[in-house]
Design a protein around this ligand. Structure first.
Ligand code: NCD
Length: 318
């Protein structure tokens, strides 16, 4: 069977993954289904597949990242790709080269897939127009982080058996969060009810138009929640005073046992990492029985394998 006619290639007909926006529900589900088999492969002793054998994957990270970059690296290697990591600190970007120059330089080396993280929203879309290979968005500014939303959906579905009609509370620094944006779009596409909880200074304009219920308190936001998704307070993106103090933030918006008791008794807790323990989440909750945080990391590799495999079917055969 040629790659072009595989069921996954038919179900995901795109050359890139730039965002969840624009994906059809059946395309999202096809990626999640494929990720289920990637979970099985990753749990075996022999983890290697040949889907990307002979292919070159470049991880181009303009922002520091531990888990996302290593997750993409492991996923690519499990599929047989040659993976090269390029981070900003060791690149000519520091010497003033523009994003487009960097893209053109890398393109001349004939990569097959470039995984990009950049601090500016829209940078990954721009880069995708300038290169001949497939591009995956690993986070662009406060815009999108599609593989994070996919891994969150996979984690939720494996525990709750579905996404539709679940109530998901996304809490904290919504304003700076590409994770929140991608999750809101995906969860709405699959029929979940989405509530967001944040102080008004950490909510983006027009959040209601994204189809969410906005709550000012954790008690209100966590009522009926099946899933409580906490977000990191992104202090590196804050130019002014968005919160009075970290202590006060934890008091009102940090997830502790008392606040979690407002959610459904079988509610599960998620966080994309890295966590600020004691700022947005109490360590006892992060490490407690309702936490899925470690499992999210495992699902991250599986989802990225599924995405790489989906794109592999659309790569030109040189
Ligand atoms: C997130 C990111 O970089 O957007 N982290 C991640 O991908 N694991 C969230 C964050 O930085 O808080």
């Amino acid at each position: 069977m040629s790659a072009q006619t595989s069921p996954l290639a038919d179900a995901y007909p795109h050359r890139h993954l730039l965002g969840i926006e624009g994906l059809q529900p059946h395309e999202i589900l096809a990626l999640l289904d494929r990720a289920e088999s990637a979970v099985e492969i990753s749990r075996q002793v022999e983890k290697k597949k040949a889907v990307l054998r002979g292919r070159t994957q470049i991880n181009l990270f303009f922002e520091a990242s531990t888990r996302t970059q290593s997750s993409f690296e492991i996923a690519g290697k499990r599929l047989g790709a040659d993976v090269m990591n390029m981070s900003v600190s060791s690149s000519s970007v520091k010497k003033g080269e523009t994003l487009i120059d960097t893209a053109a330089t890398l393109n001349a080396m004939h990569p097959d897939i470039i995984v990009v993280r950049h601090h500016a929203a829209g940078a990954v879309h721009l880069l995708a127009q300038k290169v001949g290979c497939s591009v995956i968005n690993a986070g662009d500014g406060a815009h999108e982080h599609p593989t994070q939303a996919l891994l969150d959906a996979l984690t939720i579905r494996r525990h709750k058996g579905k996404i539709a009609r679940l109530t998901v509370a996304i809490c904290g620094d919504i304003l700076h969060s590409r994770v929140a944006r991608s999750n809101i779009i995906l969860l709405n596409a699959l029929g979940a009810r989405v509530k967001v909880v944040a102080p008004s200074t950490l909510l983006p304009n027009g959040i209601r138009q994204m189809g969410v219920e906005v709550c000012a308190t954790m008690r209100e936001g966590l009522a009926d929640a099946d899933i409580v998704m906490m977000l990191r307070l992104q202090r590196e993106r804050m130019a002014g005073a968005f919160i009075p103090s970290v202590r006060e933030y934890f008091r009102y918006y940090g997830l502790d046992a008392e606040k979690l008791s407002a959610a459904r008794p079988d509610a599960l807790v998620m966080h994309p990492g890295p966590m600020n323990r004691g700022v947005e989440i109490d360590p006892e909750i992060a490490d407690g029985p309702q936490s899925l945080i470690r499992e999210q990391v495992e699902m991250g590799v599986a989802v990225r394998m599924a995405v790489l495999e989906a794109l592999s079917a659309h790569l030109p055969n040189r």
